[in-house]
Ligand binder design. Structure first.
Ligand SMILES: C[S@@+](CC[C@H](N)C(=O)[O-])C[C@H]1O[C@@H](n2cnc3c(N)ncnc32)[C@H](O)[C@@H]1O
Length: 217
């Protein structure tokens, strides 16, 4: 599916948005749905793990998990503005040497990346039209687990996103949001050898943790 992803993400996830996100993070800590990912990853009991955060935004997940769970992280993001802020914050926290920052559409570079213990995608599948390619690439990189958040598949969220997309169209902005079918995402991840071990729901967001079957048995 055609997706001029980096250009699109740089318009939508620009510097002002990145700065506002950083301000919130410094003031209030990780957002609620991000906390669900952090708790899920911590529940695996890993130490010195390797992490791949796809669409990591300002880098909250690696800023947090490098404190106790991970010893190295890769952050791939289509937005250069987010990556810039994430890099500056990693430097400020003294973690920058442990993080590799890559500006790209993840599906374009996944083949070149090594496998890691844990892959995270926090509010990313909903920004990407082709969830199958994204999740297939993400699962191919995960030795142990994937944790992701996505919008709940409710009629009112589908309606809300359809209205937001219509406004985007009127503005000539190519960015679109997506409520992807949860059962199809699960079937795809199952097909890649991952089983759902927990799901938690907020008003808008749902978080699911998938673990590799060979690791669980
Ligand atoms: C809604 S923001 C979420 C940022 C962060 N994970 C958070 O929850 O605060 C979506 C992020 O995913 C990135 N993104 C979306 N599709 C991507 C792709 N295919 N490859 C890399 N990054 C992607 C965007 O650039 C943006 O930084």
């Amino acid at each position: 599916m055609p997706c001029n992803c980096c250009e699109m993400e740089n318009n939508t996830f620009g510097e002002d948005e990145a700065k506002a996100n950083l301000k919130d993070y410094r003031k209030r800590g990780p957002a609620k749905q991000t906390r669900l990912i952090l708790e899920a990853v911590r529940s695996l009991g890993l130490k010195n793990a390797s992490l791949l955060d796809v669409g990591g935004g300002i880098g909250t997940i690696h800023h947090e998990l490098l404190k106790d769970v991970a010893s190295e992280a890769t952050h791939v993001d289509a937005s250069s503005a987010y990556l810039k802020i994430a890099t500056e914050e990693a430097k400020r926290l003294g973690h920058d040497a442990q993080v590799k920052f890559i500006h790209a559409d993840f599906t374009d570079v996944a083949d070149e990346l090594p496998q890691v213990d844990v892959v995270t995608l926090d509010r990313v599948v909903c920004c990407y039209p082709d969830f199958r390619s994204l999740l297939k690439a993400a699962s191919s990189k995960s030795r142990t687990a994937i944790a992701l958040t996505y919008p709940r598949e409710t009629w009112w969220l589908k309606m809300g996103i359809a209205v937001a997309n219509f406004i985007q169209k009127l503005r000539n902005d190519p960015f679109r949001g997506f409520v992807h079918p949860v059962a199809e995402m699960e079937a795809l991840l199952n097909g890649e050898g991952l089983r759902r071990v927990s799901t938690r729901k907020l008003f808008v967001w749902e978080m699911s943790l998938y673990q590799r079957e060979a690791v669980r048995s």
